[in-house]
Unconditional design. Structure first.
Length: 116
């Protein structure tokens, strides 16, 4: 079992930046990929970015060039650097960890609000 805790959400103005962190504990050796989903009010939860154990990254088109996912294995943490934020980036951001069998662990979520 993997436990995940997110941090770094908040309220920023359009064009601003935030960095989300996701700290993992538990059976971290079983993780094949980690990343972030987000869910806006009234919408489904969608994948934003992920990084595999081989450092292969994926980004949804709407965040390419603005968001960067990275990981620090020593700290067992994954980061999402978000720049040039837009109001449409407003959502609850959820960290996830995927194991090779397809089981997904989730963090509790952190609110990101982009507003002037």
């Amino acid at each position: 079992q993997v436990q995940l805790v997110e941090s770094g959400g908040g309220l920023v103005q359009p064009g601003g930046s935030l960095r989300l962190s996701c700290a993992a504990s538990g059976s971290i050796s079983s993780i094949s990929a980690m990343g972030w989903y987000r869910q806006a009010p009234g919408k489904q939860r969608d994948l934003v970015a992920r990084v595999t154990s081989r450092d292969i990254t994926y980004y949804v088109d709407s965040v390419k060039g603005r968001f960067t996912i990275s990981r620090d294995n020593a700290k067992r943490t994954v980061y999402l650097q978000m720049n040039s934020l837009k109001p449409e980036d407003t959502a609850v951001y959820y960290c996830f960890a995927l194991n090779p069998t397809g089981f997904t662990s989730w963090g509790p979520g952190t609110q990101v609000t982009i507003s002037s």
